[in-house]
Design a protein around this ligand. Structure first.
Ligand code: SF4
Ligand code: SF4
Length: 260
């Protein structure tokens, strides 16, 4: 009998939304269970088996010393490691701490801040260990996740599109909000994956699938400024779920200099 690959799912600093996307796959989940043994998935089962694992999904960012040590063990135990979601691939919304006063925030949230031990930064998993594949989104698209897992079990390269949101927007027949309404939409510099939900429902994209490759942020932001968007409006647009992704971070830091 052919051995089925062993799948593990790990959580670091995150809201669990990307793990829930896997459970949310419902019909496809049954097919996936025929292909893999789910050996470790604390969100779904208390049967937590030890490694080694053939495939590991990692959600969440590294925000504590314990995280930094645990991701090394996860990497050691995993043959193919896939990071899922904005936290794991870019540090997540918690990476906003890089631009704020961490002590002040901790004090404003916790009644006993002296018990909180956290790193000054929230970092992507790839800043700590080698990552074999990154799947973007906040949360990820579960159809893309299932495609990636099936591809890995079949030993082929995952077929996740690399174009920007704009192409999906055009395929849906949307009229461009940037061109016709002077709305700041990050679609031209954002990864595909959502099917262009926001422009379809009459608002600009705010980049939850992270920067596309390449992302010509400077030209797009220049265009936004030409139609009256100020730096203090554009900085928060870039600093959301993927604030610490290099293309968004660099562009928002440049704008922040103008704002100040
Ligand atoms: S509305 Fe946004 S996503 Fe759609 S084509 Fe225009 S810039 Fe691109
Ligand atoms: S913010 Fe952009 S990437 Fe996120 S769902 Fe909306 S259109 Fe899609």
């Amino acid at each position: 009998m052919v051995r089925r690959p062993r799948l593990a799912v790990f959580k670091f600093a995150s809201c669990d939304g990307c793990q829930l996307s896997l459970l949310d796959a419902e019909d496809e989940l049954l097919e996936l269970c025929d292909r893999v043994d789910i050996a470790h998935f604390a969100e779904a089962s208390s049967d937590l088996q030890s490694g080694p694992y053939d495939v590991a999904l990692v959600e969440g960012s590294i925000t504590t010393d314990e995280d930094a040590a645990r991701i090394l063990r996860v990497r050691r135990d995993s043959h193919f490691l896939i990071t899922i979601g904005a936290c794991a691939t870019a540090g997540g919304i918690q990476a906003l701490r890089a631009w704020g006063d961490l002590d002040e925030w901790v004090a404003s949230v916790y009644p006993r801040p002296e018990f909180i031990q956290t790193l000054a930064t929230s970092t992507a998993i790839a800043e700590h260990v080698h990552v074999d594949f990154e799947l973007h989104g906040c949360p990820i698209n579960h159809h893309q996740l299932i495609d990636v897992l099936i591809a890995v079990t079949e030993g082929r390269r995952p077929n996740v599109p690399s174009h920007s949101v704009c192409l999906d927007c055009k395929r849906r027949g949307n009229v461009c909000h940037v061109v016709t309404r002077s709305i700041a939409c990050l679609g031209p510099i954002t990864n595909s994956g959502c099917g262009a939900i926001c422009p379809t429902y009459n608002r600009g994209c705010y980049g939850c699938y992270g920067p596309s490759q390449p992302a010509n942020t400077s030209s797009l932001l220049k265009r936004f400024q030409e139609f009256g968007q100020r730096a203090d409006q554009l900085v928060p647009l870039l600093r959301s779920f993927n604030a610490a992704a290099p293309a968004f971070r660099h562009a928002s830091d440049q704008l922040a200099i103008l704002k100040d």
